[in-house]
Design a protein around this ligand. Structure first.
Ligand SMILES: NC(=O)c1ccc[n+]([C@@H]2O[C@H](COP(=O)([O-])OP(=O)(O)OC[C@H]3O[C@@H](n4cnc5c(N)ncnc54)[C@H](OP(=O)(O)O)[C@@H]3O)[C@@H](O)[C@H]2O)c1
Length: 333
């Protein structure tokens, strides 16, 4: 029993390193997964790999292609997601694992993708590899909650965030912005909410009334999240911050029936326009989510959205049961 728990701690230690490495893919892997891999010999990490970006090598292949030494029979490969066994944008990782002679593999999470889903583990075991896992399953699943949501629900992970004053209000009665959160709460939500989602979404009234930047400012991030505005009638002012600064990261979602001429000024400013059909004045969520998770031209797909409001924007997410996590920041006054 003592030996067993000692081994688990050992596996957890190296799996945590995989998760730290996997973070390097934040904002770059599009609709793919965050994955890191380490090769361990006699208790030391001798090589590391990362899934660095959309369409790039998977972490275990990144590691094995870079590592030029020979693999010893006692070496163990750790990876936070089950190795793939199908031909995708890159060849199957199971192939290179066998080819390089890896004999022991520890994984964190079974891949929810139907093309893998346990078959990578099975294939390796049938070919003589000792496969151990899942290790730190919950932490691995949390890191890839967006990737899992896309595979299992066909939509991005959705977090709703709202700030309410002690009287329950979210703005002044005339709709003008009200300071509700403290500097500490803002810093926390930048680091743990904005920086951990692929996109931040608001309704057009929030743009008109508050003119937010919708960026991560309390910490450095390699890539700023996408900014999505629900704006069926293209009412976003051209002088809005999200239009003037980094317009190439802004997506205006407009009614598919809107006259094409209404979106020309935005297109001239490099704004992305998504034309989504409206049903009873509400965007069709199915069409919207398909747009989010599908890669095209200069868009690699998104797997998580932070919905920041206002009230009219939050409501349909609730009524259609499209909320995975609800964060309420209480104001002190
Ligand atoms: N305390 C907080 O956490 C917080 C956060 C954000 C905003 N706010 C405050 O909230 C207020 C704005 O809230 P609000 O409820 O008036 O407006 P909002 O949610 O910012 O924008 C609502 C508008 O967005 C469009 N829209 C939203 N969801 C849609 C959907 N599913 N389908 C189609 N169109 C959709 C519609 O535009 P059309 O009207 O063109 O159809 C709708 O009228 C501001 O005063 C702001 O300061 C507070």
């Amino acid at each position: 029993m003592v030996v067993y728990s000692h081994l688990l701690m050992h596996h957890a230690f190296f799996m945590r390193r995989c998760l730290t490495l996997a973070e390097e893919g934040r904002g770059k892997v599009g609709n793919g997964a965050f994955v890191g891999a380490v090769l361990v010999r006699d208790g030391d990490i001798i090589a590391e790999g990362v899934h660095r970006g959309f369409g790039l090598l998977h972490a275990e292949r990144d590691l094995l292609e870079q590592f030029s030494g020979s693999i010893e029979p006692t070496d163990t490969l750790y990876v936070n997601l089950e190795p793939c066994c199908h031909m995708g944008k890159t060849p199957p990782c199971t192939e290179i694992i066998l080819k390089r002679g890896v004999k022991h593999l520890v994984y964190g999470l079974r891949d929810p993708d139907r093309r893998v889903s346990g078959q990578g583990i099975e294939f390796l075991r049938l070919n003589g590899v000792e496969v151990i896992g899942p290790v730190l399953r919950d932490e691995c699943a949390w890191m890839n909650r967006g990737f899992i949501s896309v595979r299992e629900k066909g939509r991005p992970w959705i977090t709703l965030k709202s700030a309410r004053a002690a009287d329950g209000s979210i703005a002044h009665p005339d709709g003008s912005p009200k300071r509700i959160t403290s500097k500490e709460q803002d810093a926390w939500s930048h680091e743990f909410l904005r920086a951990k989602h692929d996109a931040i979404l608001v309704g057009v009234n929030t743009i008109i009334k508050d003119d937010p930047s919708l960026t991560v400012r309390s910490i450095n991030v390699p890539v700023q999240p996408w900014r999505i505005v629900f704006d069926p009638h293209a009412r976003t002012p051209l002088h809005a911050s999200i239009i003037k600064k980094n317009p190439e990261r802004t997506i205006l979602v407009v009614d598919a029936a809107l006259d094409l001429s209404c979106t020309e000024p935005y297109l001239e400013r490099e704004i992305h326009i998504w034309r989504i059909p409206c049903i009873q004045n509400m965007f069709d969520f199915h069409a919207l989510f398909q747009g989010c998770i599908t890669s095209q031209e200069n868009f690699c797909g998104i797997t998580s959205i932070l919905v920041e409001g206002g009230e009219r924007t939050w409501h349909p997410f609730w009524s259609h049961h499209h909320v995975d996590m609800d964060v309420l920041l209480p104001g002190s006054s």
